[in-house]
Each structure stands twice: as structure tokens, then as C-alpha cells.
Design a protein around this ligand. Structure first.
Ligand code: C2E
Ligand code: C2E
Ligand code: C2E
Length: 86
């Protein structure tokens, strides 16, 4: 895979997110918690977020959306299928 293609369907694995160290995933975990709070959606194992949110998060992480997609897949927060194939 060529990498650096942004995910089009973003479904965050919340259980995996909780297992990762806060110094890596802190900003993402806070972002996800804020969306859960806004929706009143607290009971899911996964959380679907907007593709626009990937752009916001990539700015926070100082990466391109494609690089952040690769990082999230490496962490196991997104499934490998989240990477679009050219
Ligand atoms: P799907 O999109 O493949 O989601 C499968 C399951 O993942 C959902 O089953 C739900 O248990 C979980 N899930 C996905 N995103 C979230 C999330 O943001 N929060 C929470 N708490 N759980 C999430 P569920 O709810 O039985 O939905 C079954 C299918 O119904 C979904 O499959 C999707 O095709 C459709 N659906 C449900 N809600 C929506 C929605 O808001 N928009 C659209 N377009 N489809 C929806
Ligand atoms: P909002 O953006 O004004 O959206 C109001 C309602 O429209 C949402 O209520 C939801 O029922 C529906 N809605 C808007 N866009 C979508 C979409 O792409 N898919 C689906 N299935 N529904 C959509 P809800 O869910 O109670 O959210 C309340 C507010 O929380 C939203 O107001 C928005 O300000 C914020 N929010 C919720 N989820 C997200 C998210 O994933 N990302 C961002 N950036 N904000 C979110
Ligand atoms: P989804 O509900 O299957 O929506 C797929 C796409 O349809 C969204 O991609 C968005 O481009 C468009 N869309 C759906 N509803 C609305 C709407 O009310 N207003 C506008 N302007 N566009 C809409 P997107 O934004 O990448 O969102 C991906 C998924 O994230 C959504 O899939 C849904 O599962 C979740 N999501 C996003 N925003 C909200 C929200 O406000 N509340 C809830 N509960 N889920 C949301």
C-alpha cells in the first residue's frame, strides 16, 4: 500500500483507544469523548465520526490526514480496511 491516503469512513475502536497511553492518544481521546458527550452516545464499542473531524485531528497531530490515518491504523484505533485502496 502506498500510504498517506486519508480514511473515508472513520469508525474509532473505543476499547482499543482506552488501552493506549494518554501521551499518545490524549488529544484523540478527548476529541472522541467530546463527540460522545455532544451526542449523548456513551455505550458504544465504536464511534463513527465525520471525515471533517479527521482533518481537524490531523492539524492537532501536525500530520496530513493520510499520515494520521496510517498512525490510527498502526495503533489499532482504525481497522486496516479504513485505508482506501487506490
Ligand atoms: P454500521 O454503520 O456498519 O454500524 C455497525 C454497528 O457499529 C452499529 O450497529 C453500532 O452498534 C456500531 N456503531 C457504529 N458507529 C457508532 C457510533 O458512532 N456510536 C455507537 N454507539 N455505535 C456505533 P447499529 O446501531 O445496530 O446500526 C446498524 C446499522 O444501521 C449501521 O451499520 C448502519 O448501516 C445503520 N445505521 C445506524 N445508525 C446510523 C446512522 O446514524 N446513519 C446511517 N447512515 N446509518 C446508520
Ligand atoms: P449538529 O451538527 O447541528 O447536528 C444536529 C443533528 O443532526 C445531530 O444530532 C444528528 O442527529 C444529525 N446529524 C448531523 N450530521 C449528521 C451525520 O453526518 N450523520 C448522522 N447520522 N446524523 C447527523 P446529535 O447527533 O445529537 O449531535 C448534536 C451535536 O453534536 C451536533 O449538532 C454537532 O454540533 C455535535 N456533533 C455530534 N457528532 C459530531 C461529530 O462526529 N463531529 C463533530 N464535529 N460534531 C459532532
Ligand atoms: P452517516 O450518517 O452514514 O453519514 C454519511 C455522510 O452523509 C456524512 O459523512 C455526511 O457527509 C452526510 N450527512 C449525513 N447526515 C448529514 C446531515 O444531517 N447534514 C450534512 N451536512 N451531511 C450529512 P461524515 O460527515 O463524514 O460522517 C460520517 C459518519 O459519522 C456518519 O455516517 C455518522 O455515522 C457519524 N456522524 C457524523 N456526524 C454526526 C452527528 O452529528 N451525530 C451522529 N449521531 N453521528 C454523526
Amino acid at each position: 500500500p502506498s500510504g498517506s491516503e486519508p480514511a473515508t469512513k472513520i469508525v474509532i475502536n473505543l476499547e482499543r483507544l482506552q488501552q493506549l497511553p494518554a501521551d499518545k492518544v490524549g488529544p484523540l481521546a478527548r476529541y472522541a469523548a467530546a463527540i460522545q458527550s455532544q451526542r449523548g452516545d456513551y455505550n458504544g464499542k465504536v464511534l463513527s465520526i465525520r471525515s471533517e473531524d479527521l482533518r481537524s485531528l490531523s492539524i492537532i497531530y501536525d500530520m496530513t490526514p493520510g499520515e494520521l490515518t496510517d498512525q490510527l491504523i498502526d495503533w489499532g484505533v482504525l481497522p486496516p480496511e479504513a485505508r482506501p485502496t487506490a
